[in-house]
Write a protein that binds this ligand. Structure first.
Ligand code: GLN
Length: 337
């Protein structure tokens, strides 16, 4: 039996590939995982998953997202997509939030055994790097689909997936309840493609049949006429102050937004949600169709998520941004927009 079996896998650093094989299908649905005991409440002999010195996250005062930048030469024309409501999306159920806790930010990589395609794990690596370069302590855990999702993380990441793993992931996340509980206390959630779809009320299964989602984000997805595959470029809601997004998409799903969510961006090239918008956000929950990985190509989006968890951020030194900006420039130049 592996030393890590039965508890979360702590990720010591970026050199470790924590993606285990798909074990999920062998596990009966009623094999309920043990409840998490965070931060340091493990049984005798068990290492705590998060640093023992850190206080429980979620007890810090509320730090709302930075006031949106208004005016200026926004790329968004004043149209119904952007003008119809408040600039800041409705907050999630709870306002409790982890601002910058002395113990650091807990990064939770949710179900890499089911949800991680086209390099989505790079999103985790980029958050780790951009936090550490600023002296913000981060600890990452990989939580496979046979393990309980901790409720006290700071930022949760979900990647994309094929139709069947997506269905299994949604079923387990619903049964587990940890991700929904984290969302309720104001944790940051960043979800890509299949992960994005399953945050909503429903999504299309392998035959297009409606499958129940987690109802964390006010969206609903179904199956489109054809797959959206290729490079995507989208201009972000100016309220978020993030430059144009570049990414790669590959999905059959199309997504409609409800009143409780705002489009993350407007599509310039590609498909996105299927109606000219791309992704969605509400409070600190943000979903997108962009792989690439999205946070590697779009450091501004990575910093938005970090700032939601840790408060205002210092800019990085130019030398630390060089590679990211080069990649970003190349990807944007590769597609005429
Ligand atoms: N299976 C989903 C779809 O095709 C998600 C795909 C993905 O995550 N890349 O829409």
């Amino acid at each position: 039996m592996g030393a890590h079996q039965g508890r979360h896998r702590r990720v010591p650093g970026s050199a470790v590939d924590g993606v285990d094989g798909v074990r999920g299908s062998a596990i009966p649905a009623d094999d309920a995982p043990r409840p998490p005991s965070f931060p340091a409440g493990g049984a005798a002999g068990e290492e705590p998953v998060w640093p023992a010195a850190g206080p429980p996250w979620g007890e810090e005062p509320v730090v709302p997202p930075a006031e949106p930048a208004r005016g200026g030469d926004s790329v968004h024309p004043a149209g119904p997509d952007w003008a119809g409501g408040p600039l800041v999306a409705p907050a999630p159920q709870s306002q409790a939030v982890s601002s910058r806790p002395p113990g650091g930010i807990g990064l939770v990589w949710v179900y890499p055994d089911l949800l991680s395609t086209y390099g989505d794990r790079g999103n985790l690596l980029v958050l780790e790097r951009r936090a550490r370069l600023r002296g913000i302590r981060v600890e990452s855990v990989h939580v496979n689909s046979d393990q309980p999702v901790p409720r006290d993380g700071g930022i949760y990441l979900l990647g994309g997936g094929e139709d069947l793993p997506q269905i299994l992931a949604a079923r387990r996340l619903r049964a587990d309840g940890g991700l929904a509980a984290a969302a309720s206390r104001g944790a940051v959630i960043f979800a890509v493609c299949a992960g994005y779809q399953l945050l909503g009320a429903e999504f299309g299964g392998e035959e297009g049949q409606p499958m129940a989602g987690l109802e964390i984000l006010d969206i609903s997805s179904g199956r489109g006429e054809r797959r959206g595959v290729g490079e995507i470029i989208a201009d972000v809601d100016p309220a978020l102050g993030v430059p144009r997004l570049t990414g790669f998409e590959n999905h059959r799903g199309v997504t409609r937004l409800g009143q409780g969510a705002r489009p993350l961006a407007k599509v310039a090239v590609g498909v996105g949600n299927g109606d000219g918008t791309e992704g969605a956000y509400a409070g600190r929950v943000l979903g997108t169709y962009l792989h690439g990985p999205a946070l590697v190509r779009n450091p501004g989006l990575a910093d938005l998520l970090l700032s939601w968890a840790a408060g205002p951020l210092e800019p990085l030194a130019a030398a630390d941004e060089e590679l990211a900006l080069k990649l970003r420039g190349e990807r944007l130049a590769a597609v005429p927009a």
